[in-house]
Design a protein around this ligand. Sequence first.
Ligand SMILES: Cc1cc2nc3c(=O)[nH]c(=O)nc-3n(C[C@H](O)[C@H](O)[C@H](O)COP(=O)(O)OP(=O)(O)OC[C@H]3O[C@@H](n4cnc5c(N)ncnc54)[C@H](O)[C@@H]3O)c2cc1C
Length: 389
Amino acid sequence: MIDFNLTPEQKEMQKKAREFALKEIIPVSRKYDESGDFPHEVYQKAFDKGLFNITIPKEYGGIGCGILDSCLLVEETAAADPGMTTSLFCNSLGQEPIILGGNEEQKERFLRPFTEKLQYASFATSEPSMGSDVAGIQTTARLEGDEIVINGRKMWITNGGVATMVSVFCRLEGTKRHEGVTAVVVPTDTPGFSVGKPIPKMGHRASNTVMLRLDDVHIPKENILGEPGKAFPLAMQTFAHTRPTIGAFACGMARGAMEYAIAYAKRRKAFKTEIANFQAIQFMLADMKINYEAAKLLTWKAAWEADNGRDNTISASCAKAFATDYGMKTASDALQIFGGYGYTTNYLIEKLFRDAKLYQIYEGTSQIQRMVIGRYMLSKYIPIFDKTY
Ligand SMILES: Cc1cc2nc3c(=O)[nH]c(=O)nc-3n(C[C@H](O)[C@H](O)[C@H](O)COP(=O)(O)OP(=O)(O)OC[C@H]3O[C@@H](n4cnc5c(N)ncnc54)[C@H](O)[C@@H]3O)c2cc1C
């Protein structure tokens, strides 16, 4: 049976997020894009309204939302501001390895404080010399008595400059590739942990992005998630759970761009008529709608699979690749409909265009999603026609 009805709770979450986006995000979106400041006060309001940390399970004081619930929330906020949404959702990304791979004591110790007051969490796999190739992590970890000692650099870490806790993926000294990958929860006030300057970016400027330095950072062994050296699957499972949400980011951004384009096309005249009357414009709008609907279906399916305990690796990659690639196309076409004005900073469409690009890059680039899907097609995919006819 297939059912696209949302529950009353999901409808309420969607409504709350939509109202928040209209009232608290859109009015300050341009201001934060220009200043590059971190919009802590916006997040405090989001926290107070229960729009932060929504995936923390109820047992640890959270509201226990699923991945589909997250998708509904972030679609609304990303329609208003993709950059602010990146930082708004980052806590769930930083907490996901704990939710998936932590023991009861770790979940209680690390998750509950996030439900009590606003603070930030980050997730760190990427490094200056690697991003796509997660098995190529260079940051090392050494087991020493009751501690694990970490050395290395983490690059591009969202909210790393404001976080109190980072889920760091490193490797046991002397190991290679997938075998030695280890996940450790690192409190950011640990001696040896330091943060670089915010990295200047083309878009998502309200989101904090920094390099993290870990120099002989001593962490108690109780902060290791699962067995040392066995955390590569945990990184992949985390991505499978968060990639549908990136698909939903892209759906939201694309919906925002499409709606701006509709409003502009109805108003702008050329050749003595509104440009909305030209079939070329109508076809662009129609393609935006088709791609938005298709992206949303893929995203919801991937989220549903995760929420129902299924391995959603492939559906998450399909959703992320499709939604972000067509999100980029939608932002570009929407800007085209604005003509020259689209290329100015008078309208938010140019900001959505800049913001859209990142979706094709972080959480696994569009090429990496295709690599995941391509490998599956040639290994586990079971064809109906298993020979040529
Ligand atoms: C603003 C921002 C925020 C980020 N936030 C975080 C964060 O919070 N935590 C975190 O850990 N990381 C974060 N990242 C890092 C992000 O996940 C990486 O940038 C991304 O995974 C790509 O890695 P890379 O930049 O090293 O590119 P590379 O891996 O060097 O890739 C370069 C190009 O080569 C292509 N490529 C690489 N390998 C293959 C292949 N096998 N086949 C085909 N093409 C390939 C890629 O698709 C890409 O086009 C963030 C990045 C940015 C820009």
